[in-house]
Design a protein around this ligand. Structure first.
Ligand SMILES: [Zn+2]
Length: 417
């Protein structure tokens, strides 16, 4: 088949990563790295650069009502449902060059390789560049949520800062609802991304298939004791809310560790009241979260976290109020898509290496797209596990290998979906 001859232009992929990484770069005195918030001037410049590269690859390019950039190749003969590849080009402040941008640029190389080889696909191919994955507005995954029909159509109108940001980018917030795609328009969505953690780097394996994206449960605890004079109150008999919180932090970590490798938990906020150095803390408020791929595990942790808060409070003669907060359910990748990704990755590993199946501990656009169509994700290693910082890096050969796997997987999915 002609498509067998399709190959990734490795040099150009690496060059474009470098070129895109120059847009929105901050000077060292300002902390360095890249800053491309969605709808801002640097993001607009990056998007038009990417749109140009899409056109060069033979894609028909359009921007939807949320500002997502969509490139489409081919009409797809018999089947109208497109195979979609993509990611995002917005960044956190002081970002590295790969988060999101890599998946977008690799997808364009896949499209270009297929066009150059004259491949006749059964499905159209789409390259999707999502707006605001990082959450400048609307809490993250804004563009993909809009495409998946998960954003209320009047959302941007109701929130003036969102509406203003959209208008700045030449968009009409009243038309946001038009970004929603119909079920059946996409056969699948596949996202190639850097891992952003250190697991693959430690394993020495260049690519992994993602099993799913972890669910996140947030919680708050308020420990209440008795504020009193730090000098005149005897040590025995105190009701120090900070000590209850301290016991909780250690117990919480033990519970998470007992769950094994797939689960993480963090308490990132801790406030003491009244917050004076000479007053025993009467109230300690904390906010935390845990993440896991299995919904049952998350439910179990909710109950256990509430219980250990109660035990910690009791031991310090305090009380605990436990409250569940925001909830992001786990997203599972599609078994058929995972099989195709795995089959595409296996021949590129060294003898004796197996394709790891990893959970994603970070959020990605694939999460929203899972509401619309089957999804899959590939990870390449992040050197040292660094991401969302300027030193974010991946070996050049791994970046190229990831794009080659994406190309091979696209051909497989075209046959199997
Ligand atoms: Zn990303």
């Amino acid at each position: 088949m002609v498509a067998e001859a399709a190959t990734i232009n490795a040099q150009r992929l690496l060059q474009r990563i470098e070129q895109l990484g120059r847009i929105g770069r901050l000077p060292e005195v300002q902390g360095g790295g890249i800053n491309r918030p969605t709808y801002g001037p640097a993001w607009m410049e990056a998007r038009s650069r990417v749109a140009g590269w899409m056109s060069e690859a033979g894609l028909a390019v359009r921007v939807d009502a949320a500002g997502n950039l969509i490139g489409r190749l081919g009409s797809g003969g018999g089947s109208a449902a497109a195979i979609a590849l993509g990611s995002h080009i917005d960044t956190v402040p002081h970002a590295g060059p790969l988060d999101g941008a890599y998946g977008v640029l690799a997808a364009i190389e896949v499209a270009d390789a297929l066009r150059r080889a004259g491949a006749q696909l059964r499905h159209p191919l789409e390259v999707l560049v999502f707006a605001d994955e990082e959450g400048r507005i609307g809490g993250g995954l804004f563009g993909s949520r809009a495409m998946a029909g998960l954003v209320e159509p009047d959302f941007a109108e109701r929130l003036t800062d969102v509406g203003d940001a959209m208008r700045e980018a030449g968009l009409d917030p009243r038309r946001l609802g038009e970004a929603a795609r119909k079920p059946g328009e996409l056969a699948c969505y596949v996202e190639l991304h850097i891992e952003q953690g250190g697991r693959l780097d430690r394993m020495g394996i260049p690519v992994a298939v993602v099993r799913g994206l972890v669910g996140i449960r947030r919680f708050r605890v308020a420990f209440r004791g008795q504020a009193n004079h730090a000098g005149t109150t005897e040590m025995r008999g105190r009701r120090d809310a900070a000590l209850a919180a301290a016991r909780f932090l250690l117990d919480f970590r033990e519970r998470i560790l007992e769950k094994g490798e797939g689960v993480v938990g963090t308490v990132g906020v801790l406030d003491l009241e009244p917050g004076a150095v000479n007053v025993i803390p009467g109230v300690a408020r904390l906010e935390g979260e845990f993440r896991a791929l299995e919904a049952a595990e998350l439910a179990e942790l909710e109950a256990e976290t509430a219980r250990i808060a109660g035990v910690a409070a009791e031991r310090e003669r305090c009380t605990a109020e436990f409250e569940l907060g925001a909830w992001d359910p786990p997203t599972l990748c599609d078994p058929k898509v995972m099989t195709a990704l795995e089959a595409a990755a296996r021949p590129r590993l060294r003898a004796g290496q197996e394709v790891p199946r990893l959970d994603s501990r970070a959020g990605h656009d694939a999460q929203s797209m899972a509401h619309l169509c089957p999804v899959g994700m590939l990870f390449v290693p992040s050197l040292g596990g660094y991401s969302h910082v300027p030193q974010e890096a991946t070996r050049a050969e791994d970046l190229v290998l990831g794009a080659e796997v994406l190309l091979a997987a696209t051909l497989r999915l075209d046959q199997t979906l």
